[in-house]
Design a protein around this ligand. Structure first.
Ligand code: CAA
Ligand code: FAD
Length: 389
């Protein structure tokens, strides 16, 4: 039984989990982070190491063969992986994003069919909502699913799909009733091996280069009707309800990236000497470091609060503040990560601007956390709607 599996009820076990995942990250993940970025390759060795330690999809419940980690434990795992390598942290994060739609809305049978392979590390699961013309306005998607006998036939292009090509399974949102707007969207499980599924070229990105981002192209893909997640017309609600849980994991990724940059910068300023003394002696830099740590801890508290709400909701008790808190956590943590990583580059001076040091990669990686799972403008829109309704 994995350590993560014990974490439901005992607060003392979170520090033990953090220690275990940090040790793994320092030994097996950090050493390859620069190469994953430079070569733009999916870190298969990291995947294997995460699977061996049962950290690749910790949130899958024990009844489906998973570690059964709660939302806070999942956050801690993602944080610690991201502290070493942001690209690698998308392994546990996207496995959660792809499977939460099933955990929230699918039948026991569908869950039992797909989740155990993810828990065993034999398959990864991606989430396909966005399209070339439907990003922030996700409900304006064009991908169609038309009923034909016992099947649905899917046609369309999903854009920006994280881990596309390396994942076996995809939660795909598609329009089943074009006259019903957001209530005419349904969610399906699509398999990589389904006839008619193909992938676009890898996007050439600013950061998280070790995580492939590709189009998922669906051409007359025949999916049995039992692979629909929940009832017809509930796909958009499921997609948004999922994001209420997984924006917390993007917040965790942002915290991890920021912590990595802060830790590196603190070590550096104590060693680097100018004007005859360590640059850490200069109050101008001390205040920068204090501000970086303060912003990080504030974002962390918000993220852990959101994680605790997410866990309560996953266990079946609705939490009406979850939508606000998950958006607030994602927004605050990603904005903090961008500021902290930018300041870390500044603290290293010219060296920080080169690839000989990890902070420029962290700064490039941090930027995506302000964009995906809804841009930070959209998070503010979500928060404002909650406050004003
Ligand atoms: N949970 C459940 N249902 C919800 C919900 C929630 N949090 N929020 C809204 N809904 C329901 C509404 O009640 C409504 O249903 P009814 O009509 O039955 O009442 C329906 O969903 C539509 O809601 P809205 O009218 O509010 O929808 P909208 O079209 O105005 O858009 C939006 C809402 C918040 C802008 C949404 O489109 C959004 O979040 N956009 C951003 C897209 C996004 O986050 N994409 C992430 C892609 S994944 C990714 O990026 C992956 C990665 O990081 C690795
Ligand atoms: P647009 O929606 O075109 O937005 C452009 C600008 O307009 C942004 O600044 C935005 O904030 C602003 N804007 C738009 N509407 C409003 C408004 N109402 N008010 C104020 N400002 C607004 N999607 C998936 O489904 N699955 C994935 O796995 C996935 N992974 C991704 C990985 C990467 C590396 C990237 C770059 C994206 C990924 N996405 C994924 C898509 C991501 O969620 C979208 O890029 C994001 O939601 C924004 O959509 P867009 O890029 O079309 O921008």
């Amino acid at each position: 039984m994995s350590l993560a599996g014990h974490l439901h009820d005992s607060a003392e076990e979170y520090p033990m989990l953090r220690e275990a995942i940090r040790a793994l990250a320092e030994e097996k993940i950090a050493p390859q982070a620069a190469a994953a970025d430079e070569n733009e390759e999916f870190p298969w060795e990291v995947y294997k190491a995460l699977v061996a330690a049962d950290f690749h999809a910790v949130h899958i419940p024990e009844q489906f063969g998973g570690a059964g980690a709660d939302a806070l434990a999942t956050v801690i795992v993602i944080e610690e992986v991201a502290r070493a390598c942001a690209s690698s942290s998308l392994i546990p994060a996207v496995n959660k994003l792809g499977t939460v739609p099933l955990l929230l809305s699918a039948s026991q049978e569908l869950n039992a069919r797909y989740l155990p392979a993810v828990a065993r590390g034999e398959a990864m699961f991606s989430y396909a909502l966005s399209e070339p013309e439907a990003g922030s306005d996700a409900a304006s998607m064009k991908t169609r699913a038309v009923r034909d006998g016992d099947d649905y036939v899917l046609n369309g292009t999903k854009m920006w799909i994280t881990n596309a090509g390396v994942s076996e399974y995809y939660t795909v949102m598609a329009v089943t009733d074009p006259s019903a707007g957001a209530r005419g969207i349904s969610a399906f499980v699509v398999e990589k091996s389904d006839e008619g599924v193909s992938f676009g070229p890898k996007e050439k990105k600013l950061g998280i280069k070790g995580s492939p981002t590709r189009q998922v192209i669906l051409q007359d893909v025949r999916v049995p009707a039992w692979r629909m997640i929940g009832a017809p017309g509930t796909g958009f609600k499921t997609a948004l309800a999922t994001l209420d849980h997984t924006r917390v994991t993007i917040a965790a990724q942002a915290l991890g990236i920021a912590q990595g940059a802060l830790d590196y910068a603190i070590g550096y300023v104590k060693e680097r000497r100018q004007f005859g003394r360590p640059i850490a002696d200069f109050q101008g830099l001390q205040f920068m470091i204090a501000d970086m740590a303060m912003k990080l801890e504030a974002a962390r508290q918000l993220t852990y609060t959101a994680a605790s709400m997410s866990e309560t909701a996953m266990r079946g008790t609705p939490v009406k503040e979850l939508t606000f808190f998950s958006s607030a956590a994602k927004c605050a943590a990603s904005d903090a990560a961008m500021e902290i990583t930018t300041d870390a580059v500044q603290l290293l001076g010219g060296y920080g601007y080169t690839r000989d040091y990890p902070v420029e990669r962290m700064m490039r990686d941090a930027k995506i956390t302000q964009i995906y799972e809804g841009t930070n403008q959209i998070q503010r829109l979500v928060m404002a709607r909650q406050l004003l309704k």
